[in-house]
Ligand binder design. Structure first.
Ligand code: PLP
Length: 469
């Protein structure tokens, strides 16, 4: 591509992105294509000779775009959000243009040093003490895997990497049954294994019972296992359940276990001091992850992994082959030693742009609005005859269903609502029954969007809007 073409197509892409964001609210939130439709529209063979950019761009709009679910849509109320604030998109464009490999300090000092500063900004913003240091991981799943590897190595006297796990005592990790599937996968991949991930049934509050945790650890020590760590959860994906972090840490410290806190979604809300009750005691944890790429607005991928003692992480993950050594650069950080992949994108730039452009007060305002608007919608639904609130709001997440609906009916309601397209919701299981989740988190959303959500839900339930509420 000539420099002139690069310039003009970059402009085209930027114009397209701006128009896309401006008109997003007019599109159905979820893709409406059938399985296999996009695949069949793409030729089986790549072209042997280059094609015109105009044709490629046109196919992007005609073939790809209809198959996209619009995560930046103002009425994306499914899963958790994956906001990419416009300012972070601008920063990502610069990162993509530079395309630096930021594995070592010397492979881009600015990327490393900005990352250190941004993790300090975020640490302070969520109220963690200055003794924590941070690294940007690609995802919360990776941060949790790294933390579980530290648990394993600590428990095995740093011999697991060398000897493997076969034959030795089994390291065991404890959590509630409300944790994200990434905790299970971290147990599989770390070699700890599902059987050694001990899931304690949560109490009605959603928290793991500390006494049961203590009893399980004691029993495992007595049985010759090697209790290694606890993964605590703040703002679980299903209904926003949280553990009592202070109580969990107290039990874990009694047995010298490592504590990792998964606050992937809820952590962003900790920039608002009034919400910090849900992770009270977190300053005593060893490792905390939250995703600025969810609620905060830094485009995916950007996971803040904050640890009390980075030495244990580095001891677990650093390989130092000769060709990677940064001779004479004592005191510099090579973040590839803090994470599993060697290669690293420059992820700190979008955080810097985001935090400077919005300011913490600006971001707090967005999160507070979402919590308030979601709470108001919950009350409006509660006051509506025929609607049942299943779980109460945790920050901006609650669940509900049509009163008296069977699971099949709830699934059918959800399909009707999502096919109609004004909003997008997902389901979860509460106890042994299905409920519909609602979370407010799109930076593009306004209060009016909860009104549209209310109408769309009532229409989907076959209740005429305005019955009550
Ligand atoms: C989203 C989420 C995860 C997974 O995050 P990734 O960054 O996609 O790996 C893990 N735990 C919780 C509680 C989450 O909400």
């Amino acid at each position: 591509m000539t420099p002139e073409d690069f310039e003009s197509w970059s402009r085209r892409a930027a114009d397209w992105g701006a128009r896309y964001r401006r008109t997003l609210g007019d599109r159905p939130v979820r893709a409406r294509t059938d399985a296999g439709e996009i695949y069949r529209a793409i030729p089986a063979e790549p072209p042997q000779t280059g094609e015109e950019m105009a044709a490629i761009f046109e196919d992007f709009e005609n073939i790809i775009l209809p198959g996209m679910t619009h995560w930046q849509h103002p009425r994306f109320f499914a899963y958790f959000p994956a906001n990419a604030a416009p300012v972070s998109v601008v920063a990502e464009y610069l990162v993509t243009a530079m395309a630096a490999q930021c594995m070592l300090w010397q492979t881009s000092p600015a990327a490393t040093e900005l990352e250190t500063r941004m993790m300090e900004w975020l640490r302070d913003a969520v109220g963690l003490p200055g003794t924590f240091s941070g690294v940007i991981q690609d995802s919360a799943s990776s941060a949790t895997l790294a933390a579980m590897l530290v648990m394993r190595e600590r428990a095995l006297d740093w011999q697991g990497n060398v000897r493997g796990l076969a034959g030795g005592p089994a390291p065991r990790v404890y959590c509630s049954d409300q944790v994200h599937s990434s905790i299970d996968r971290a147990a599989w991949v770390s070699g700890i294994g599902q059987d050694n991930l001990i899931k304690l049934p949560a109490e009605a509050s959603g928290a793991m019972p500390p006494d049961a945790l203590d009893a399980a650890i004691r029993a495992d020590f007595a049985a010759g296992h090697r209790p290694a760590g606890v993964v605590a959860c703040v703002g679980g994906t299903s209904t926003g359940a949280s553990d009592d972090i202070r109580a969990v840490v107290e039990v874990a410290q009694r047995h010298a276990l490592y504590v990792h806190v998964d606050a992937a979604w809820a952590g962003a809300a900790m920039i608002c001091p009034e919400f910090r009750d849900i992770w009270a005691g977190v300053e005593q944890a060893d490792s905390v992850v939250f995703n600025p790429h969810k609620w905060l607005g830094a485009s995916f991928d950007c996971s803040a992994h904050l640890v009390r003692d980075p030495e244990t992480l580095v001891k677990t993950l650093a390989i130092q082959p000769e060709y990677l050594k940064t001779h004479g650069q004592d005191g510099v950080i090579d973040y590839s030693e803090w994470s599993i992949p060697l290669g690293r994108r420059f992820r700190a730039l979008k955080l810097w742009f985001l935090l400077r452009f919005h300011g913490l007060e600006g971001l707090r305002g967005i999160i507070r609005d979402h919590v308030r608007w979601s709470g108001n919608l919950c009350e409006r639904l509660r006051a509506t005859e025929g609607v049942e609130i299943v779980t109460e709001p945790a920050l901006s997440l609650f669940s509900f269903r049509r009163a008296g609906a069977t699971d099949d009916e709830t699934i059918a309601h959800l399909r009707t609502i999502n096919d109609e397209g004004r909003i997008y919701l997902t389901q979860t299981r509460v106890g042994d029954r299905i409920a519909i989740r609602f979370q407010a988190g799109s930076h593009a959303m306004t209060e009016a969007d909860t009104g549209i959500a209310y109408d769309a839900i009532l229409d989907g339930f076959g209740l005429s809007a305005g019955t009550a509420g």
